[in-house]
Every structure is written in C-alpha cells, then in structure tokens.
Design a protein around this ligand. Structure first.
Ligand SMILES: Cc1cc2nc3c(=O)[nH]c(=O)nc-3n(C[C@H](O)[C@H](O)[C@H](O)COP(=O)(O)OP(=O)(O)OC[C@H]3O[C@@H](n4cnc5c(N)ncnc54)[C@H](O)[C@@H]3O)c2cc1C
Ligand code: FES
Length: 507
C-alpha cells in the first residue's frame, strides 16, 4: 500500500536542473533535502509540490499533468500545482509547495511555502449557519472537511449510527483485514481533528427521522437538531440472506470497522472459511483470509467472478488469480444452510467452515429519505447539484441517483472515490456554489498484488476491446456501446486509465 521508505531519489532540485530537461507539460521527481519534490512545467511556469500522494503515497511523477493539476496514478486523486490542495478525493490532505526560480538556463526549487486552498464559495446573505450531515462515511466525512476547508464558520453536526469515527472503508477488506496494515491507518482522521475543526461528530447517534418542512432532524434518543442545510449520506448496508444458520456467531457481513475486527478475531482460530458472493468485497475478503493462512472457499451463483462488471475475460483472469493463491471456487452454486462447522450447498455438497462471510451485495439505506417523502427511484433522486426534491436537502454517496452527463442516464454507484467527490461537491453547493456534479465514476479493487482500476460506468456493452494481455497483468479493456467507450478497466496501465478519465470528462 505504501512505497518503500528508502528516502527521496532523483536530482537535487535545489541545485537546479536545465530548463530544457522539462518540455511543456512534463514533470520530474527529485528532492530538496529530505523532501521528495515534483517539478512540473506548464508553458513558461514551473511548479514544485510534494512528490508523494497524500492518500496512499502514490508516486505523482508517474501520474498525469492536466492543466495546472497533477493526477495520482494509483487512485486518481487530483492536486493543484499552484497550491498543493487536494482538489479531488481520495486524497484529502494538501501537499507542500516550494517556490521556483529560473536563472539563466536552469530552474531551481527554493523555499517551502504554505499556500491557502482556493476558496470557491463567496458567502452570500442567505448563507447557511447550521449544516447537519447524516452519515459518517465517505461522503459525510468529505463534505464536513470541505465545508471547513472553504472557511465555513457556522455549525457542522455529523451524525453517525456507527460507533467508530469515519474510517477508510476500502481498507476493511484489504490490507487491514489481511493483517498487513495496522489499525491506526484505518480512521480517516484522529479524534482531535474533529474538535480542532469544530465538527460536532456524534457517534452512535441514530437518526430516526428528518423533517424537511420544519428543517430538523430527530435522533432515536429524542433529541431534535435544526438545520439550514442537510446532507443525507447514509450509505448502504449489506444484504442479509434468509438462510438457516445466518444468525450463528461465526457468520459475518462486512461494512464497518467492528465487522472487520470481528472477522479478524474469528480468523485467528478458523481453519476454513466460506465466502458467499464472488463480488469485489467477497473476493477481497477471500484474498485477505488466504494471506492469514485460512482456507478460503467462494460460493456464488455466477458463472464467472466479477463478469457482470468486468466481462468474461477479466472474470476468468480473476478466478485464475485467486486459484493461484489457493482459493477454491464453487460457482453456479448457492448455500442452502449454515451449521457451526460447515456450509451446505444447493447440490448437497458440504464445505467445512468455522468462519462464514456473506458478501452478496448491499442495499442503499433509504428509510429516512423515504419516510420524509423525498423523491426516490432505487436511490434518492438528486439533480446535477446533488439537491434532493426537498429544498435545502442534499444527498451523496451510495444512496444518490444523479443525472450522469457521461452515460446520459440517472445512475447510482457504490464507489468510495465517487462518494467522497459527491460529498465535496454537495458541501460547496450547500454553501451556495451551484457546482454541477460531473465527475467520471472511478473505482479500484486490489487482489493480492494486482490492482484493478476502472473509470466510467457500463451497465451493459456490446463490445470489449482488450489492449495488452489480462493474464500478464498488463492491459486496458475498453467497454463500448454503439461504438462509444463507456468504461475502461486496466491493470498496471495507470497513465492510460488517467487519460481515459480525462477523455471522458472532456467528451
Ligand atoms: C469492505 C468494503 C470495501 C470497499 N472497497 C471499495 C474499493 O476498494 N473501492 C471502491 O470504490 N469502493 C469500495 N467500497 C465501497 C465504498 O466504501 C462505498 O461506496 C462508500 O463507503 C460509500 O460512501 P457513503 O458515504 O455513501 O456511505 P458509507 O461510507 O457507508 O457511510 C454511511 C454512514 O451513514 C451512517 N448512517 C446510515 N444510516 C444512519 C442513520 N439513520 N443515522 C445515523 N447514521 C446513519 C452509517 O453509520 C455510516 O457512518 C467498499 C466497501 C466496503 C464495505
Ligand atoms: S495513492 Fe494517490 S490516490 Fe491513492
């Protein structure tokens, strides 16, 4: 997940490099003292910012320059070259900046400076004083952070029925579950940060109802909290199968830090596990359990894992990859019963299992929106500004169905980066920015040492074009409908993945 910490490499940029080293639109990684620094050129301007992404330490020199920004090759965070600000999630923290100076034929990186983020919203007379966020996940956290980043001075109350503060949810099925990342990597911020930012984070605070007419939120404990603007970011919850044995203590679903901890505790003594569902989360769980030395069986009704999203060729690759690591697939099968030490399949076969994880999909948490009478369509309907049918109420993340400019359809997706970016745009719009949400959906998934990146959105396609070789872990797969590229999946083709994202944005 993080780069090796062998110290910065490349040229000493304080000593300067020849101006000709960098053509317009190029960048190089180097260092100033112990700091890794990226030097980039745009026209006659030179910019120097930290070279390492503040998300998971991605090497920005291997990313893509777009106007006066740089995008990270790993998970497509976007930083301003002028201010170091993390403009687009998944990075949230800014990077340091340095001044540059051209003297003669050389460009020098000089002093480290602190630059304020670009304030995009000028407060108006009807600016809100009180903002309430329901949800302490990807979208809720990113919104709260953006409100303060923009200098919003009013009250921010963040309500979450989870006991944990906002966590890096994707990690719960990957490094943390595999035991290769410590728990201190999991919270998005430590608890002091919320106090410093005057974000009133209330954990274990279940919201029972929202009242858009009275503009207040009622907690299950009877407390009522008034708002001027409300963000609904209640996310999704795992689907629970109605199966004999689902209530047994060794049967788990995975959404929260508590769920991940419970699986880890069970894995400590389990010899054999059954994962129900060959989804991204199911397979990441299987991979993490293999890393912990637990036998992993995947049971799923699909013919191929992940084929619905990535197509048959990718599905075959993913299956072979997991089989190489010892995962046993039971495809075109479903479980019919769970007992303390085994799972029974529809074909009568039994699999020994003292740990069961059901990763069979999620359902958006729409109860609050539905009871409040918000317009719904398999999600909370929002306009291009992420506002729901109730004035002053916004929705973001897994629950939101928005008019996607790229596919031309109203879509709802369940991706971490997208939820964060929606939270950020909703925050700007709650402050009066009127910014359209038009980010191209992006997600990544990690299976052992193989990262899969996906940009765009293709629910169906009539053609796939494979460039490279999926089995050799070096490929770009384009999903087309009526000749138009709707989505691009890739392995170790980061630049092409970024270029595809930019092309879709500009189409
Ligand atoms: C294990 C796991 C791994 C994942 N890996 C990836 C990945 O690699 N890449 C990717 O793109 N996506 C991944 N995802 C999906 C991604 O995490 C979600 O799309 C994202 O978290 C959605 O953000 P959200 O803010 O909409 O919801 P969430 O992050 O789920 O947050 C919802 C919040 O709302 C709170 N809440 C709900 N109802 C109430 C209520 N009534 N009262 C108070 N609080 C309430 C919840 O407690 C929670 O705090 C993963 C998901 C899981 C579970
Ligand atoms: S490491 Fe840069 S976006 Fe994740």
């Amino acid at each position: 997940m993080s780069e090796s910490q062998s110290g910065p490499t490349g040229p000493d940029l304080a000593q300067g490099v020849a101006v000709d080293t960098l053509a317009d639109g190029q960048m190089i990684g180097g260092h100033v003292g112990d700091d890794a620094v990226l030097l980039a050129r745009r026209g006659d301007e030179f910019f120097a910012i930290g070279a390492t992404c503040s998300h998971y330490n991605g090497p920005l020199a291997e990313g893509l320059l777009v106007d006066d920004t740089v995008r990270c090759p790993w998970h497509h965070a976007c930083f301003s070259l002028r201010t170091g600000e993390a403009l687009h999630a998944p990075a949230i923290s800014p990077l340091a900046c340095w001044t540059t100076e051209v003297r003669g034929e050389r460009v020098y990186v000089k002093e480290k400076t602190e630059r304020a983020p670009h304030i995009r919203v000028v407060p108006t007379r009807d600016a809100p004083g009180r903002i309430v966020i329901v949800g302490g996940g990807a979208a809720g956290f990113a919104a709260a952070e953006m409100l303060r980043r923009q200098g919003f001075d009013g009250s921010v109350v963040m309500l979450s029925d989870d006991a944990s503060p906002p966590v890096d949810r994707p990690n719960l099925s990957k490094d943390y579950l595999a035991g290769t990342a410590p728990e201190e990597w999991v919270p998005l911020r430590d608890e002091n940060w919320y106090a410093e930012q005057r974000i009133d984070l209330r954990l274990g605070a279940a919201v029972a109802a929202i009242d858009p007419a009275k503009r207040n939120v009622a907690l299950r404990d009877g407390t009522t909290i008034p708002y001027d603007r409300l963000l609904l970011a209640t996310g999704a919850e795992p689907v629970r199968l109605s199966l004999p044995g689902m209530d047994l203590p060794h049967v788990h679903t995975l959404r929260t830090l508590a769920d991940s901890r419970a699986i880890i505790a069970q894995a400590a003594t389990a010899k054999s596990a059954v994962v129900m569902g060959a989804s991204f989360i199911g397979l990441e769980v299987a991979a993490s359990l293999r890393t912990r030395g637990v036998d992993a069986h995947v049971v799923a009704p699909d013919k191929r894992p992940m084929a619905r999203v990535l197509g048959d060729a990718f599905g075959d690759f993913v299956r072979a990859l997991h089989e190489e690591h010892g995962v046993v697939f039971h495809l075109e099968q479903t479980a019919t019963a769970i007992d303390a030490d085994r799972v029974t399949l529809g074909n009568g076969k039994t699999i020994p299992a003292n740990l069961v994880v059901a990763g069979v999909g999620v359902r958006p948490r729409l109860q609050l929106a539905e009871a409040a009478g918000l317009a719904l369509d398999r999600g909370v309907l929002v306009n291009e500004y992420l506002e729901t049918s109730a004035p002053g109420v916004y929705a973001a993340g897994d629950i939101a169905r928005w008019p996607d400019r790229h596919s031309g359809a109203a879509i709802r997706v369940e991706h971490w980066v997208l939820a964060q970016r929606q939270g950020q745009v909703a925050a700007l719009n709650m402050l009066g920015a009127k910014q359209r949400f038009d980010a191209v959906p992006f997600f990544w998934s990690q299976h052992y040492d193989v990262p899969i990146n996906y940009v765009g959105h293709a629910e169906a396609w009539d053609e796939t074009a494979i460039d490279g070789d999926i089995a050799k872990r070096d490929c770009v797969v384009r999903y087309r409908k009526n000749g138009r590229v709707l989505a691009v999946a890739s392995i170790y083709r980061d630049i092409e993945s970024l270029q595809a994202e930019v092309a879709m944005e500009r189409a």
